[in-house]
Design a protein around this ligand. Structure first.
Ligand SMILES: Cc1cc2nc3c(=O)[nH]c(=O)nc-3n(C[C@H](O)[C@H](O)[C@H](O)COP(=O)(O)O)c2cc1C
Length: 339
């Protein structure tokens, strides 16, 4: 039996294999109402038909101005729940589990007239000048994360991923290079993330795990390193995170340090966080080669592997990566003759 094809259990959450579709924005909500449409339905259900163990729906924002663009998904209103439920119910028919990445773009909101952030510093010269949230407004955002999580749960998710990476709002608080506040959220850089996690945890069913995506390192000059992110993860774990989805970068323009671009380039970060905190992790970043994905699990570098761009090219990546009986058990009856 392969490692990729093994089941995975975390609390009441059981995956049929170790293969994850990571969140990937589709910028496809033409109606600008934050609701997933037929594009999203086909997109996510295809990956479920393709044998994926866990699908994490793209960055889904807690308020309209928390979107990267007006074409992004949102969960700021109960009216948005049914269109998510339609996708989630269908994905479940193929034995896949599904979560939603809940987020706020902060200063990276490109269509907001005045983006919000921890501090009034633009991400780079192409972004608008953001406004710093007041302390009371930060607390309101914690509440909005909680309400979006309630809606995700009503829509039927198996897990929730909090977006704490890629330079979006939570990252804008826990980055020493971005957060210049002098209130409680500046004195303790992890506080906003901790409060968001605690608020979401308070409304999640007992057996449902909470995932957090984190940038393990920053690439801007003076950016934080792995030592800082491990300490952040320690705080977030204590607040209730059950698994980290380990990525990197996205906070702004890269400086002298550049992100690597080779297969498995972020695996060492996943391994470091897993070992330091004894917590399950998802590794991501050019793991398209099934042998590399398999080795990442076999070496215990990570518990799950996420396959992003390769799944855009091939919705049946999981069916193609697994072999023999493991593949056979995933093939929909209607497609058996194709294999
Ligand atoms: C089109 C596209 C959209 C993405 N949108 C998101 C997103 O919504 N949230 C997120 O955390 N990462 C996002 N990412 C990053 C991916 O989840 C993944 O981490 C990245 O593509 C690296 O994995 P890969 O080499 O397998 O593609 C996106 C990537 C792509 C290509």
């Amino acid at each position: 039996m392969s490692n990729l094809g093994r089941t995975f259990q975390l609390k009441n959450f059981e995956l049929k294999n170790r293969i994850v579709m990571p969140p990937m924005c589709q910028y496809s909500v033409e109606a600008k109402d934050g609701k997933p449409n037929d594009w999203h339905f086909v997109h996510y259900v295809s990956r479920a038909v393709g044998g994926t163990g866990l699908i994490i729906m793209e960055m889904t924002d807690i308020e309209p101005d928390g979107r990267i663009s007006d074409y992004d998904l949102g969960l700021w209103s109960d009216e948005q729940i049914p269109s998510f439920r339609r996708i989630i119910d269908e994905v479940h028919k193929y034995g896949a589990k599904i979560g939603i990445q809940i987020a706020h773009a902060g200063r990276k909101a490109e269509d907001a007239a005045v983006p919000l952030s921890s501090s009034p510093i633009a991400a780079n010269k192409h972004y608008r000048q953001p406004r710093a949230l007041t302390t009371a407004e930060v607390k309101e955002r914690v509440q909005m994360f909680k309400e979006a999580a309630v809606r995700a749960i009503k829509a039927g998710v198996d897990t929730i991923e909090v977006h704490g990476a890629h330079g979006y709002l939570i990252h804008q608080f826990h980055s020493p290079g971005i957060n210049q506040r002098d209130d409680e959220y500046g004195q303790d850089l992890a506080l906003f993330g901790v409060e968001v996690i605690q608020a979401i945890k308070s409304v999640m069913p007992e057996g449902m795990p909470l995932i957090m995506r984190i940038s393990a390192v920053e690439y801007m000059d003076g950016g934080y390193d792995l030592e800082h992110s491990i300490e952040l993860c320690r705080r977030y774990q204590a607040a209730g995170v059950d698994m980290f989805d380990v990525s990197s970068g996205g906070e702004g323009p890269t400086g002298k340090k550049k992100p690597a671009n080779h297969p498995g380039y972020q695996v060492p970060y996943a391994r470091a966080i897993k070992q330091a905190l004894q917590i399950p992790v998802i590794a991501v970043g050019i793991l398209d080669d099934p042998a590399l994905a398999e080795a990442t699990i076999a070496n215990k570098d990570a518990d799950l592997v996420a396959i992003g761009r390769a799944m855009l090219r091939d919705p049946y990546w999981a069916l193609h990566a697994l072999e023999g009986e493991e593949r056979k058990s995933l093939i929909p009856r209607q497609y058996e003759r194709g294999f």
